[in-house]
Design a binder for this molecule. Sequence first.
Ligand code: FNR
Length: 339
Amino acid sequence: MNRKDEHVSLARAFHQKNKENDFDAVRLLHPSLVTARSEEIDLQTEFLGLQLSAPFFINAMTGGSEKTKKINHDLAIIARETDLMLATGSVSAALKDPSVIDSYTIVRQVNPTGLILGNMGAGRTCDDAKKIVDILQADALQIHLNVPQELVMPEGDREFHEWPENIQKTVQSLTVPVIVKEVGFGMTHETISQLQTLGVKAVDVSGRGGTSFSQIENARRPKRELHYLDDWGQSTVVSLLEAQNIPEMTLLASGGVRNAFDIFKALCLGAKAVGVSGTILDQLLRHGIEATIEMIEDWKKQLERLYLMTNKTTTADLIHNPVILTGAPKEWCETRGID
Ligand code: FNR
């Protein structure tokens, strides 16, 4: 089977609806008096010049085959109908084999005016980055970091030393914003600071808690002997806590987002917007386009209710709303000396 098709079918097979993760260890403070008015609630968010009508988006997934072209087509309809930002999967496959390019460009055909992000690995050069932005007329580019995935993948890369230089050059030479993202392994304070020294202005910490690419790639190994890496990495909640106190870095979050409440908690922990992959893919593959649009519209309504319940009118007001940590994230903060 094509590797991209395998990723989709394994992500679907491993996806567990409502599986517990560190978002469950985040509690909110309840105010009994609410002065905000419901008509004032505004979900919009803004970063690096991108204006989003809702504080969540469809994060990078796929492309590179006939089956994934259909998925990108459906995701683009969903993004268009709900006005959500949409990231394609890594366009590297199309740079190697131009015959699959339409499995990515379909998103622009279906959604000519929506916000679209291109995606590539950090092993790619700034010339590749420019091509991808051009091909998709992308509004921004995601560069993904996925060392554990490559190492568990039988045919994956084994050298990563050029990544920092590639990232630095790409950030310097692109005219659209660049977001450096993980793929479900999370980030530490040190990683984010290092990225900042390379000129990176925005990161998506994409942490553990949902899709696991070490698990997916291990399932593609004949002996499946690297199962002990299935839950490698920092959770999304822990990564957001690690990311506190890095001035002038735009934080985005993804990884294990199951519902509107997880989005809300990630915003409270400092994210300007929240990416969702596994939960949206699962809904689309199980229940189709209409049901996925319905779920997203429902999440928007739920978020409006959560803003009002915590006496917040805008997403900007909500970011860094105090939370109470319990369990593993609390222990992590104590060990790492995070206030
Ligand atoms: C992904 N993800 C991903 N990320 C990326 O930067 N480039 C890519 O090509 C892909 N491909 C991909 C395929 C599939 C099928 C899935 C489900 C995911 C990773 C994704 O963007 C995200 O970082 C993680 O999946 C964690 O989020 P969820 O799935 O837990 O919401």
